[in-house]
Ligand binder design. Structure first.
Ligand SMILES: Cc1ncc(COP(=O)(O)O)c(C=O)c1O
Length: 343
């Protein structure tokens, strides 16, 4: 896609009359052009599945969606992810359960039962030969027409893609800011639908201020979540507190953290583990603070609105929680990790 820039202005491209649009009269001609473009900067997408194709494609030039898909032009779709680590898919079933719950809230009936979705995702990951990365997948009302009602979209669609990514445990702390972008209402925040414009703007507003990401605070003044992550706090009394999930996305990583963190209570390092409401003032007074999400799994937060959290250093308990989750990802029980054949 061409982007307009000031250098274009100098070179005269702004003169619409001089702009020549290519017309591709055959799909093979377009495919050659796309493949040629892809050679310059190869994309780290080794495989994609599309129910519209009815199979897996390995050529990134072919990883496309129909423009009349209701998800593309009306945002009528839901999505989820899973981490691929050392030949395993971490927490695939938990993510699939949330995925189908989101679909049901968005009134999208999956074209396949859960067991088939799982099987497609495992075969896709296997075909991708990717051992470290993310698996992203979408359920859409499907292609049909361009109207508001999905009545003209006869079959829902399932798409998935594998992305090679080299992530590792986060050891450096980041800065965050309070978001001024309005939070989504609970119906839309609790379902992982593709309308992430508020989330994108919340991330951009933080980046514009030199911060990593932002924090949403709800209308009652309670801390909610980040743009694609949950948040957690360690109080000065060593309680681990995560905000309630009734108005935000219930993060798979946050839920796993709540299951694993009691180990630190047994060791006497944490006093308690619970979910609860925290006002912004209480949260800013915490000893430690962190983002919690699939690809992190924990990211220490050391400054909020330019003020240090605790002593402004990466917290010791934050890193102990990060170790618990990381160990679970790399060597946890197979109830948490799905082995992918041939990986
Ligand atoms: C808005 C939002 N909150 C929280 C999360 C964290 O969820 P998870 O731990 O499942 O990645 C995500 C990411 O999916 C998200 O998009």
């Amino acid at each position: 896609m061409a982007k307009f820039s000031s250098s274009d202005e100098k070179s005269g491209v702004e003169n619409g009359g001089d702009f020549k649009v290519d017309v591709f009269s055959s799909s093979s001609e377009l495919l050659s052009k796309l493949q040629e473009k892809g050679l310059g900067k190869p994309k780290p997408y080794p495989a994609m599945y599309s129910s519209v194709f009815g199979g897996i494609v390995l050529d990134p030039a072919m990883m496309v969606l129909p423009i009349d898909d209701h998800m593309v032009h009306r945002g009528h779709g839901v999505f989820d992810t899973a981490i691929i680590l050392d030949g395993y898919l971490y927490e695939l079933d938990v993510h699939l359960t949330r995925f189908l719950n989101s679909a049901s809230k968005a009134k999208i009936v999956s074209p396949f039962p859960k067991s088939t979705l799982r099987s497609i995702l495992i075969q896709l990951t296997s075909a991708s030969k990717c051992r470290k990365g993310t698996l992203r997948y979408w359920l859409s009302a499907g292609p049909g027409d361009f109207l508001l009602s999905p009545a003209g979209c006869p079959t829902s669609a399932f798409y998935a893609v594998v992305i090679e990514e080299n992530f590792s445990q986060c050891k450096e702390g980041v800065q965050v800011v309070t978001s001024k972008i309005p939070m989504k209402s609970p119906l839309f925040a609790t379902m992982k639908n593709v309308n992430y414009l508020p989330n994108v703007l919340a991330k951009m507003e933080a980046e514009e201020k030199g911060a990593f990401a932002s924090i949403w605070v709800d209308e009652k003044g309670y801390v909610a979540e980040g743009p694609n992550v949950n948040v957690a706090f360690i109080t000065r009394e060593n309680d681990l507190i995560l905000p309630f999930f009734d108005t935000i996305l219930s993060g798979c990583t946050a839920l796993r953290l709540l299951q694993l963190a009691p180990k630190l209570v047994e060791q006497g390092r944490l006093k308690s583990v619970r979910i609860g409401n925290l006002t912004m003032e209480e949260a800013k007074g915490a000893k430690e603070m962190m983002y919690v999400g699939s690809t992190l799994p924990i990211l220490p937060i050391i400054m909020w609105d330019e003020k240090p959290i605790g002593d402004g250093e990466v917290g010791e308990l934050t890193m102990a929680l990060s170790d618990l989750l990381w160990e679970d990802m790399v060597a946890g029980p197979e109830t948490q990790r799905f082995p992918v054949p041939f990986l």
